[in-house]
Design a protein around this ligand. Structure first.
Ligand code: PLP
Length: 411
């Protein structure tokens, strides 16, 4: 870091300021985490220099014998962790992994059945501003108005009516267990591929805190930077039969050279997730989310669907009369980072929303437990209700975070 400070003080100051921001606040963004120093070391390595188009042992560039070892380790560890027949660790992100999954299984114009963005699905599940909505004919399912849970009868009805080539399960802001067996049954009934996009929950699957999609889905896409706590990136798991199609879809169809420093960092993260302490972490992430959701409900901020089985809760703020956008801004001013989020059947537009999404991967990595979650809920509620108390809440935030630092104050 001293070298960076000498060579490029402007970027060095960005790194220091971001470190201060991370250390000085409570991070409740459900899709983020604190990567370990070992993951960061692999990311900041000379492996970034290497071109390695292709796959281990069959590259289009010379000099890949060393980086091959990193990719093979990542593949072998991910296979062991998830019991998958085949893993591709090259996707640069969750969105790239999804693009490759579509490319492996479909032709443009094919019909896809996926969860509506407004009910918790992801942009890559059919939004008109994304390749998925532009190049495919996407039919959306949602959650029931009364239970706020996925309506499996509706999924089946839509599948029978529209005969999709692929059904997607998995979401961005859905807090409940997904019944992968039910989706498998529906996909089989209509002869569709089943894609499970577990970008959000892969870390919980790795730690056995949520059921795995691997035994049910033809293809499973994931990210490595959320609850899994690895570097920013994606991956794909699939059956042995689909392996050649998936590999060709990632390279050369969607991507060029893989980011070998990121692939090495993924191997480190899979290695960390294979340790018993990671399963304890994953279970604590869920326990913390449940305490946080219950404590917010006690403050008059109910969870959509009444609670959570995962690392996140979607909070309906209509009873407190504050929009998601205002809540996000008030919490941010108090040092609590969380994001506004549409709730199902939201009367407000997506830029405003009636809800917020809170997640516990970061605070759990910091070693926080049930008591701290109750304190965090009280700070969130105070920040949302009483913007005048921002100074007092900032002090409470600083007192809490000073006891739970992950990264040292200097780089
Ligand atoms: N799929 C789901 C369900 C997600 O929630 C996300 C990101 O939040 C993605 C895909 C995309 O991941 P990335 O941001 O790495 O492209």
């Amino acid at each position: 870091f001293d070298l960076l400070q000498r060579e490029d003080p402007e970027i060095a100051s960005v790194l220091l300021d971001e470190l201060d921001r991370l250390r000085g606040g409570v991070q409740l963004i459900a899709s983020e985490n604190f990567a370990s120093p070992a993951v960061l070391a692999a990311l900041g390595s000379t492996l970034t220099n290497k071109y390695a188009e292709g796959y281990p042992g069959r590259r289009y560039y010379a000099g890949c014998e060393v980086v091959d070892r990193a990719e093979q380790l990542a593949i072998d560890r991910a296979k062991r962790l998830f019991g998958a027949e085949h893993v591709n660790v090259q996707p640069h992100s969750g969105a790239s992994a999804n693009l490759a999954a579509y490319a492996a299984l479909l032709q443009p114009g094919d019909t896809v059945l996926a969860m509506a963005l407004s009910h918790g699905g992801h942009l890559t599940h059919g939004s008109k501003v994304n390749f998925s909505g532009r190049w495919f004919d996407v039919v959306a399912y949602g959650v029931r108005r009364d239970t706020e849970l996925i309506d499996y009868d509706e999924v089946r009805e839509l599948a029978l009516r529209h005969q999709p080539k692929m059904i997607i399960c998995g979401a961005t802001s859905y807090s409940r267990k997904i019944d992968f067996a039910a989706f498998r049954g529906i996909a089989d009934e209509v002869g569709a591929w089943l894609l499970a996009d577990v970008a959000h929950t892969i870390g919980l699957m790795a730690g056995d805190a949520l059921p795995s999609a691997v035994p049910y889905a033809d293809v499973v896409t994931f990210t490595t930077h959320k609850a899994l706590r690895g570097p920013r990136g994606g991956g794909i798991m699939c059956t042995r039969e689909l392996a050649p199609r998936v590999d060709r879809a990632v390279f050369p169809f969607v991507q060029g050279g893989p980011l070998m420093h990121a692939v090495a960092a993924k191997a480190v993260a899979f290695g960390e997730a294979l340790r018993p302490e990671f399963a304890r972490y994953a279970r604590q992430v869920v326990a913390n989310a449940q305490v946080l959701a219950d404590a917010l409900a006690a403050e008059g901020m109910r969870s959509v669907s009444g609670g959570t089985d995962s690392h996140l809760a979607l909070i309906d703020l209509r009873d407190v009369g504050v929009s998601g956008a205002v809540a996000e801004q008030r919490c941010g001013a108090a040092g609590i980072t969380l994001n506004r989020n549409a709730i199902p059947y939201d009367p407000e537009p997506p830029t405003v929303t009636s809800g917020i999404r809170v997640g516990t991967p970061c605070v759990t990595t910091q070693g926080m437990g049930a008591e701290e979650m109750k304190a965090v809920a009280s700070m969130v509620a105070q920040a949302i209700r009483n913007p005048d108390a921002v100074g007092e809440i900032r002090e409470r935030v600083a007192a809490l975070t000073s006891l739970h630092q992950i990264y040292p104050s200097e780089l």
